[in-house]
Design a protein around this ligand. Structure first.
Ligand code: C5P
Length: 221
């Protein structure tokens, strides 16, 4: 069987990370969650009261921060300067600020170079916003995962509720729309569908159907 590099991009809440993780497990590949890297840096910026409008401060921070994705038994964990921040980076506060950090050119440069490093040996599933377009333009399989904004908001809402966060569905929807807008309109590596990506709309599909769909796309390569 051919060893593949699989890129999965799309807007917030389309199901990328859930699906990418399952596919990586099934194929025995490494899963690389690039959003987690931008989230970890955002957490550090918030904890250190760094002004999120300051590109210079954020660039400096990115340069002086150690972000690693690791495996702890079955689990994928995120290490920020050697501290496990896997749960913390999923807070709504991080979600609502991460796009401001991720739009800074020098921040992206640091992250992209780490991401390419991690994908070097192949057999990877990487998810994000610019994987098929910028990070791994030669990926063997490029998927663009989408769903209606209502469906994506509902999923994020359920996810936060199940973690005991107090949230409002309409507000979540507003926040998702805002985050997508920043991601799609930034100057550097905006969220766009790669020309050679295969679009998968997950609005009416369950996780299993999406996974099967992508696995069969991989088998055709
Ligand atoms: O995938 P996730 O929702 O965790 O990503 C969080 C944020 O990180 C995105 O909204 C986006 O601003 C940024 N991001 C990015 N490029 C990537 C992955 C994530 O700009 N490759």
């Amino acid at each position: 069987e051919k060893e593949l590099v699989i890129a999965i991009d799309g807007p917030a809440g389309a199901g990328k990370s859930t699906v990418a993780r399952i596919i990586a497990d099934k194929l025995g590949y490494v899963y690389i969650d690039t959003g987690a890297m931008y989230r970890a840096l955002t957490l550090k910026a918030l904890n250190n009261n760094i002004a999120l409008e300051s590109e210079k401060e954020l660039s400096k921070l990115a340069h002086n921060t150690d972000i690693r994705l690791a495996k702890q038994g079955e689990n994928n964990i995120v290490l920020l300067d050697n501290k496990n921040v896997t749960t913390e980076i999923r807070s709504n506060q991080v979600s609502n600020n991460v796009s401001l950090v991720a739009k800074v050119a020098q921040v992206r440069e640091e992250m992209v170079s780490l991401q390419r490093q991690m994908a070097k040996s192949g057999k990877v599933v990487m998810d994000g916003r610019d994987i098929g377009t910028v990070v791994l333009p030669n990926a063997d399989v490029k998927i663009f995962l989408t769903a209606s904004v209502e469906e994506r908001s509902e999923r994020r809402y359920q996810e936060l509720i199940s973690k005991g966060e107090e949230v409002d569905l309409e507000q979540i929807k507003t926040e998702i729309i805002r985050r997508d807008e920043i991601d799609q309109n930034r100057e550097v590596s905006p969220l766009v569908e790669a020309e050679d990506a295969i679009r998968v709309d997950t609005t009416k599909l369950d996780i299993n159907q999406v996974v099967q769909n992508i696995i069969s796309i991989c088998q055709e390569v």
